[in-house]
Design a protein around this ligand. Structure first.
Ligand SMILES: Nc1ncnc2c1ncn2[C@@H]1O[C@H](COP(=O)(O)OP(=O)(O)OP(=O)(O)O)[C@@H](O)[C@H]1O
Length: 302
C-alpha cells in the first residue's frame, strides 16, 4: 500500500460546484479533489454526474457556480492542460491517419514526451503503428486512445471507462500499466462501472449520486460503512425457506454452497446453526464494493 498518511499535494479541485443542463441539475454543490500520485475512482449509477464533474476539470464545459481549478490554475490555461492526459468514453479521431501519425500529432502538444517505444510497450500498440485508425477494431481503437493519453509524462490522467470493450488480456495489461504509472507518481482519475476494477486499483473511491458525493474513502472504508454481510455455507435447509426468514436480503446457490446476504449476520447464523446440525464450511464476510455501492446508492433513493 502506498503511504496514505502523508498529506499529498492537491492537483485538481472542484469546490461547491453546481451545473445545470436546462432544468436538470447534473451537479449539486459538489466538491472533489485529486491528490498527487493517487488513483481516485469515481463511481456512481448512470447519470450520477461523473462525466460532468470530469468535463469541468477538462474545460469541456463551464460551471454555473463554484470553483474549478487544475494545478491551481483555470483549466483553460495551456500550461495546466499540458500536464494532463485524457481518455474519454467516446473519441472521434481522424480515421485516415496512421496510429504512428496520431501519436506524433498528440505528442506535439506536450513538453515532456514519452519515447514511442515506451508508449507502444505500455499500451500494447507496437503492431498497430502503421495501421489506419479507421481500420482498427473497437478494442484496438481503445488501446490507441490509451496510447494517446499516455504519450507524454503527465501529472494527472483522466480515464473515463478505459477498459470497456477490451478483452481480458488487454484489460489486465492496462491495469498493470496503470499501477506502474501511479508508482511513477502520476495521479489517475478513473471513472468506471466495473466495481472490481475500482476494488483492484483505487486508493480512494468517491461515490456520486444525483450530482452529490454520497460516500468517499478507501475501498475498505466504503465497504465497512455498509452493514451487509455475506454468509457462505453448505446446508440442507431449503433456500425458499431461508428467503422467508427475517433479515435476509438475498439467498442463492453457487455450486454446493448456499450464499446469503444479510444485514444481521449474527441472527441469521444462529438460526442456520439451530436448524441444521449438519451445516458445514460456514464463512461470514463483509460485503464487497459492489454490494456496498448498491446499498449506498439505494439509500440515496429512499
Ligand atoms: N449535454 C447535456 N445536455 C443535457 N443533459 C445532460 C448533458 N450532459 C449530461 N446531461 C445529464 O446530466 C446528468 C449527469 O450526466 P453525466 O453524463 O455527468 O452522468 P454520468 O455519471 O457520467 O453517467 P454515465 O455513468 O451514464 O456515464 C444526466 O442526467 C445526463 O442526462
Amino acid at each position: 500500500m502506498r503511504d496514505s498518511q502523508n498529506i499529498k499535494e492537491t492537483l485538481a479541485r472542484l469546490e461547491n460546484v453546481s451545473k445545470c443542463y436546462g432544468k436538470l441539475r447534473a451537479l449539486d454543490s459538489l466538491s472533489l479533489s485529486v491528490n498527487a500520485g493517487e488513483m481516485l475512482a469515481l463511481l456512481g449509477p448512470n447519470g450520477a454526474g461523473k462525466t460532468t464533474a470530469v468535463s469541468l476539470l477538462l474545460n469541456l464545459i463551464e460551471a454555473d457556480s463554484g470553483r474549478v481549478s487544475l494545478f491551481d490554475q483555470n483549466p483553460k490555461e495551456l500550461s495546466a492542460r499540458q500536464r494532463i492526459g485524457v481518455m474519454l468514453q467516446s473519441a472521434e479521431l481522424p480515421e485516415t491517419l496512421r496510429v504512428s501519425e496520431l501519436i506524433a500529432l498528440t505528442q506535439s502538444y506536450y513538453q515532456k514526451k514519452r519515447a514511442v517505444a515506451e508508449i507502444c510497450e505500455m499500451a500494447g500498440v507496437a503492431d498497430l503503428l502503421p495501421r489506419f485508425y479507421g481500420k482498427l477494431s473497437g478494442g484496438q481503437q481503445r488501446r490507441v486512445q490509451f496510447a494517446l493519453a499516455i504519450c507524454a509524462k503527465v501529472d494527472i490522467l483522466f480515464l473515463d471507462e478505459p477498459t470497456v470493450g477490451l478483452d481480458i488480456e488487454a484489460r489486465e495489461a492496462m491495469w498493470q500499466c496503470l499501477r506502474k504509472l501511479v508508482a511513477e507518481g502520476c495521479a489517475i482519475v478513473l471513472t468506471t462501472h466495473y466495481l472490481e476494477e475500482a476494488e483492484a486499483l483505487a486508493d480512494r473511491v468517491m461515490v456520486i449520486a444525483h450530482g452529490s458525493v454520497i460516500a468517499e474513502g478507501s475501498v475498505e472504508s466504503i465497504r465497512s460503512r455498509v452493514s451487509l454481510r455475506r454468509i457462505r455455507c453448505v446446508s440442507q435447509i431449503e433456500i425458499e425457506k431461508i428467503k422467508q426468514w427475517p433479515g435476509i436480503e438475498s439467498a442463492s446457490h453457487d455450486g454446493q454452497y448456499l450464499m446469503i446476504q444479510t444485514q444481521d449476520a449474527e441472527l441469521v447464523t444462529r438460526r442456520l446453526l439451530n436448524e441444521d446440525e449438519t451445516l458445514q464450511q460456514l464463512e461470514i464476510k463483509r460485503a464487497g464494493l459492489a454490494e456496498a455501492f448498491l446499498e449506498l446508492t439505494r439509500e440515496q433513493v429512499k
